[in-house]
Ligand binder design. Structure first.
Ligand SMILES: [Zn+2]
Length: 142
C-alpha cells in the first residue's frame, strides 16, 4: 500500500554480462526477468544474467533498417524517424534488421502492441508497397 516505502527499499541489482562476458551496467531484477522472458538473456546464477544480443549494435541495426527502407514509413509512405518491430519485443521479436521496419512515429504509436497483420488490415489503403510489406512481415522471425 505504501508506494514510497516500496520504492525506497533497497533492491539488489542484477549483474549484466555481454555476450563476450564483458560486464555492463547492472539492472533492476524486474528488468532482468523481462529480458530473460523475451529470450534476450539467460540466468547465469541468481544475481547474474548474460545477454544473448549485443546492446551496442541496436543503434546500428536501427540505422541499417532506416537506410534500407529509405527513411520512408512502410505503413503510410511518410518520412520515417523510428523503427517498428514486426514481431514486438514483448512477444520475443528480435532487434535485428529483418524484424525492423522504417516507420513514422505516428504509425509506430498507433500500432502499439498489435500484430503487424492486424495493423496492416487497417492501413492497407495507404501502404505504398503492399507486396513488399507483406513479404517483410511474412519473413520476420524471432
Ligand atoms: Zn507512417
Amino acid at each position: 500500500m505504501n508506494q514510497s516505502h516500496f520504492q525506497n527499499r533497497e533492491e539488489p541489482l542484477i549483474k549484466v554480462l555481454n555476450m563476450d562476458d564483458q560486464i555492463l551496467t547492472p539492472c533492476k531484477p524486474h528488468r532482468a526477468v523481462r529480458e530473460v522472458e523475451r529470450s534476450r538473456a539467460v540466468w547465469i546464477d541468481e544475481q547474474t544474467i548474460k545477454l544473448l544480443y549485443n546492446p551496442f549494435l541496436f543503434r546500428d541495426y536501427r540505422k541499417t533498417a532506416l537506410k534500407r527502407d529509405r527513411h520512408t514509413c512502410l505503413w503510410c509512405g511518410g518520412p520515417a524517424t523510428t523503427v517498428d518491430h514486426i514481431i514486438p519485443s514483448s512477444k520475443g521479436g528480435s532487434d535485428l534488421p529483418h524484424n525492423l521496419l522504417a516507420s513514422c512515429s505516428d504509425c509506430n504509436t498507433k500500432r502499439g502492441n498489435r500484430s503487424a497483420f492486424s495493423y496492416l488490415k487497417e492501413k492497407a489503403h495507404t501502404v505504398p508497397n503492399l507486396i513488399k510489406l507483406c513479404w517483410r512481415i511474412f519473413r520476420a522471425k524471432r
